[in-house]
Design a protein around this ligand. Structure first.
Ligand SMILES: Nc1nc2c(ncn2[C@@H]2O[C@H](COP(=O)(O)O)[C@@H](O)[C@H]2O)c(=O)[nH]1
Ligand SMILES: [Zn+2]
Length: 491
């Protein structure tokens, strides 16, 4: 080998720097093997190489040389996670089988085990390296410029259909029983833990909310239409880490909890209550896990059809009314034309207001009216409905830390997944979404609580002091938790 053709490159693997030597005759396979040995990686592991600017680069003999102060970064994606996941799925199947055999859900040990496995499985599915190789996610729209309807895998479509079918069957079966008083009461609480329930159970609880708010009687909703509507809502959320059906459930449950805490049904009419519940359920329909900034920068189909104006929220509204348009899922068929128009206006305005780009304006508007709030003023009422929706949308940190912490992890996973795709597509990377920017969960939550969540909760509490105990106190507890965590991380 002539010395002139020898290349030396420096690579950071975890916290150590390795120097790799190769030449222009070294094949890509051999070079990858050298990287693999340097990283002590297994043959099936995936290697990701980033240059000093943080861009992903391919490993081949034309890699530019660098200096030791500006090393490449090598990341190893452990493959065995797939096997773990299969094992976990098997385990879930076996536990479900066992449950059927026991013919009772009351065995606490089986239930606990089932929950633990489910949570672990969810965590594994959301690991960032899985998001990169796209093993578990429906990656539609992930490719820049793709149409919203293009899906990457027939198999994932089939398994989604099967999952919906199973959940639908269980939902109908569970619906034959009654939700007990204790659960109905718990459902009204802001400390409700949705992670304890499976999807079909969440649907039963949503159905219960429609009954307990008298929406079924006030709007003559047929049970079969309500069930078909709820299943359509369920089916139109994607398996993304954060903006999924559970998020829609959690937000709707918080809306319900606030309605009950402030007895909103005594202050506004049933149409306003119905609009809030429909908006909560629909506000992130068919979210693909990428925010508006990504949609606009990547010039996705959504950004194109909505001209960069709140593309996601516009689309969620469109999907919401598409579902309501289906005769079998139309839960608002009893409304006359003026009432339909009013409900539609409420739902659209409430969903559009969840675009965080409008947050400051909405806060300013509400703070102006809060001192002289008039429950007979329709503009005031609409602004209040918007604030209740926004409060519920970002309210994870109002819940106990064991509940909210999973949400914060899921949100960070979704953010980092977006950051990875931004890098891969040469788009501007939002620092908060860059896994290499040093942002931590504690930092992210402290900032969000101080600058967004707490001011919003304080505004709503000014109008309804009863909320101090159920919103402000737990938010402050979460803030303390994250401050302690940050202090520990700094040590
Ligand atoms: N850093 C955090 N950001 C949060 C949290 N909860 C919500 N959010 C942000 O707000 C929007 C809400 O709108 P959505 O309709 O998209 O759900 C969400 O996308 C996040 O950007 C939080 O706890 N921490
Ligand atoms: Zn949301």
């Amino acid at each position: 080998m002539s010395n002139l053709s020898v290349k030396l490159i420096y690579v950071r693997i975890d916290n150590r720097i390795e120097c790799i030597e190769f030449d222009s005759n070294t094949s890509t396979e051999d070079l990858k093997e050298t990287f693999r040995s340097a990283a002590e990686a297994n043959p099936n592991d995936i290697l990701k190489l980033y240059n000093f600017k943080g861009n992903l680069v391919s490993i081949n003999n034309s890699l530019p040389v660098n200096i030791s102060n500006e090393p490449y970064k090598l990341q190893v994606i452990v493959k065995n996670i797939v096997d773990y996941n299969n094992e976990l799925r098997d385990l879930i199947d076996r536990i479900e089988h066992l449950e059927i055999q026991l013919n009772s859900l009351s065995s606490q040990r089986v239930e606990d085990l089932h929950l633990k496995v489910k949570h672990l499985c969810e965590k594994l599915e959301n690991l960032d390296h899985l998001s990169f190789i796209g093993l578990f996610k429906d990656t539609r729209l992930y490719m820049v410029g793709n149409s919203i309807n293009s899906k990457n895998s027939k198999n994932s479509d089939e398994s989604k259909k099967q999952k919906i079918k199973n959940v639908n069957e269980k939902f109908k079966k569970f619906s034959m029983g009654k939700v007990n008083e204790e659960t109905r009461k718990y459902l009204k609480s802001t400390s409700f833990d949705g992670w304890k329930f499976e999807d079909a159970e969440l649907l039963v609880l949503l159905q219960q909310i429609f009954y307990d708010l008298d929406l079924v009687s006030n709007f003559s909703i047929k049970l079969e239409n309500l069930q078909s509507y709820l299943i359509d809502i369920y089916s139109n959320y994607n398996d993304v880490p954060y903006h999924n059906f559970r998020h829609a459930f959690t937000v709707t449950q918080m809306i319900y909890s606030i309605i009950c805490s402030i007895k909103l049904f005594d202050l506004v009419g049933p149409l306003e209550i119905l609009a809030l519940i429909i908006a909560g359920l629909s506000h992130d329909l068919d979210h693909d896990g990428f925010n508006n900034t990504f949609q606009i920068n990547a010039q996705t189909h959504l950004a194109m059809i909505y001209n960069d104006n709140s593309p996601l929220e516009m689309y969620h509204c469109a999907v919401a009314f598409n579902i309501l348009n289906k005769p079998e899922s139309n839960i608002i068929s009893a409304l006359d034309k003026p009432s339909f128009k009013k409900l539609r206006d409420y739902v659209v305005q409430i969903i559009l207001a969840t675009d965080m780009a409008s947050h400051n304006q909405i806060m300013t508007d509400f703070q102006k009216i809060v001192q002289e709030f008039d429950f007979k003023n329709s503009t005031h009422i609409k602004k209040l409905m918007i604030i209740i929706m926004k409060m519920s949308d970002i309210s994870n940190e109002c819940r106990p830390i064991n509940v909210s912490s999973i949400w914060a992890d899921n949100l960070m996973n979704e953010f980092f997944n977006q950051g990875d795709h931004e890098k891969l597509n040469g788009l501007p990377v939002t620092p908060m979404m860059d896994r290499e920017s040093g942002i931590t969960k504690s930092k992210s939550q402290i900032g969000f609580i101080n600058f967004v969540l707490l001011p919003l909760a304080e505004s709503l509490t000014k109008l309804f002091p009863v909320l101090r105990h159920v919103l402000i106190d737990p938010i402050k507890a979460s803030l303390e938790y994250y401050k302690n965590l940050e202090a520990q991380e700094a040590k």
